[in-house]
Unconditional design. Structure first.
Length: 133
């Protein structure tokens, strides 16, 4: 049996503000913006080239929620310098590149969305270990 992570629900305080950040600043693609019930709105977005998408809307948090309630997510890219340049060019506050390990897969950058959800971006040029198929 295959177990594929395809959707991550990210808690936000303001759906429209979060949607603008993910589409405008991060360059995600809008898959759907629906309202299945009068009290629930769901916005489904996918990072370019990703098989896993992000959903905002069903998990709303108050603006004064503690940071522990935030999601922690990770994206993978082939060129960390280009990824950092693209994000900073869009106005995202991104950490400097951190090399945690000299081998492939050891370079990271970090940023947070407007609700404090923490994102890591990892550079992986060549997959190693267990096969991905």
């Amino acid at each position: 049996m295959d177990w594929k992570l395809e959707v991550v629900v990210v808690p936000v305080t303001d759906i429209d503000r979060a949607k603008e950040f993910y589409l405008g600043k991060l360059g995600f693609h809008l898959d759907a913006d629906t309202q299945p019930t009068p009290d629930m709105r769901v916005v489904h977005m996918t990072p370019p080239g990703s098989a896993c998408s992000v959903v905002i809307g069903p998990a709303l948090i108050s603006a004064d929620a503690p940071g522990g309630a935030a999601a922690r997510l990770q994206l993978v890219v082939r060129d960390i310098r280009a990824a950092r340049a693209e994000l900073t060019g869009r106005g995202v506050e991104v950490s400097e590149i951190q090399q945690l390990d000299p081998r492939d897969g050891g370079k990271f950058i970090f940023f947070a969305d407007l609700d404090g959800n923490q994102w890591a971006v990892q550079e992986i040029r060549e997959r190693v270990g267990a096969p991905l198929d």
